[in-house]
Ligand binder design. Structure first.
Ligand code: UD1
Length: 366
């Protein structure tokens, strides 16, 4: 029997681990010797940010919850490291699987490698080149300590090779986040605000903002909301508000009548909104991938992206961080001039299955 730790910590991790759990369970049913321990670091802990996703995506209860909670960058990362190190001292797996680029990814990869546990990084190799993002530092450091890489794109493969990683450690399996979308797409359902706001297909936009550069300064956040309000031609904008953003939010209903702030939504409800929206305005990375697969125009309020195929192949466009640049892009959207977009290679719902096949071979030889 070979055991692996599967690490989840923050909201965007959960849609990446769900299909891995499914694929491992399927492998076990056909007699695979792979067992897993699901470790939740506790980085996200509100029901709406964590448990709701476990329920909707059918992820089993974590075997361990490290309950690290919130904190400044170093504080949060350190809490996770200390707690995960203690866990490994009691029971060491044969492999630690980390996903994405959040602080939990960074913390557990470092601890595992130092404890002599090999590390596999799911979504390895992506790079924005923007070192002001904590996620970019997490990506670079996690990749530096990882043994194996499960990648989502050809660009990620190239980035890793350029960093000196040999091709036999890189496995281009596709995008596990898209596995989740493909599986749940038939079951997406409208959120409660659908009826309350009288929403209709293509008759509204979806907005998400949570990057420190966009939301930590209340004046900047206000400037974005102002520009969005002025450029949506009266259409409602549904704005599920991340807890980080909520702290700095002016009461939008007063100042920005088009913008409807709602609580963070479940997976099925959020992606229903995206699927039927006229467009998505976001500073997230994962949402640009989902919008691409759903074929919905996506305007990204960042200067760079670690997911360039959402721009070169998909429906995404980088607007930048200057609110003045939003208006011309919205003019093109409303003129019906947005590009069509296609689906990037191997974003087909089978990534986790391919990944587990590789893991079985790697661990059989370990
Ligand atoms: C984290 C990830 C980011 C990801 C985002 C998605 C890092 C560096 N960042 O950012 O890549 O896109 O998750 O959500 O790992 N809070 C709550 N309830 C919770 C969780 C957080 O109220 O369940 C509040 C806390 O006050 C906390 C703040 O939100 O201080 C930020 O949480 P944190 O985990 O530090 O970073 P995110 O901004 O969520």
């Amino acid at each position: 029997m070979k055991t692996l730790d599967l690490i989840g910590g923050a909201r965007p991790n959960f849609m990446k681990i769900a299909p891995i759990v499914d694929a491992l369970t399927a492998a076990q049913r056909r007699g695979s010797p792979l067992a897993y321990r699901l470790v939740h670091t506790g980085q996200h802990y509100d029901r709406a940010m964590s448990a709701a996703f476990f329920d909707q995506l059918g992820i089993p209860e974590p075997d361990v919850n490290l309950e690290a909670g919130s904190g400044a960058q170093a504080e949060q990362t350190a809490q996770i490291m200390v707690r995960y190190e203690r866990l490994l001292a009691n029971q060491r797996p044969d492999l630690c699987v980390v996903v994405g680029d959040v602080n939990s990814t960074l913390a557990c990869s470092i601890v595992a490698r130092k404890a002599g546990v090999p590390v596999a990084h799911v979504e390895g190799g992506i790079r924005s080149g923007d070192w002001t993002m904590p996620e970019e530092i997490n990506r670079v450091v996690t990749d530096a300590v990882s043994n194996w890489f499960f990648t989502t794109s050809v660009t990620a493969n190239d980035n890793l090779r350029r960093a000196g990683i040999s091709s036999e450690r890189i496995f281009f399996v596709g995008n596990t986040m898209i596995d989740t979308l493909v599986k749940h797409r038939p079951h997406l359902r409208p959120p409660p605000c659908w009826d309350r706001l009288g929403l209709a297909a293509s008759g509204y936009l979806v907005l998400t903002l949570h990057r420190p550069t966009n939301v930590d300064d209340p004046a900047k956040l206000r400037a974005w909301l102002q520009t969005i309000q002025e450029s949506v031609r009266g259409l409602p904008v549904v704005f599920p508000v991340h807890p980080r953003t909520a702290k700095n939010l002016p009461s939008p209903e007063d100042s920005f009548p088009a913008i409807h702030a709602v609580e963070p939504l479940g997976y099925l409800e959020f992606n229903y909104l995206v699927q039927h929206a006229k467009a998505v305005i976001t500073d997230s990375g994962g949402i640009t991938e989902e919008a691409t697969v759903l074929g919905v125009p996506c305007l990204t309020l960042r200067d760079s992206t670690e997911r360039p195929e959402t721009v070169s192949v998909g429906t995404n466009e980088l607007i930048g961080t200057d609110p003045a640049r939003l208006r011309p892009a919205m003019d093109r959207l409303f003129a019906g001039q947005w590009k069509q977009g296609g689906i990037p290679e191997k974003w087909d719902g089978q990534a986790a299955k391919r990944m587990v096949e590789v893991l079985e071979k790697l661990l059989a030889n370990a």
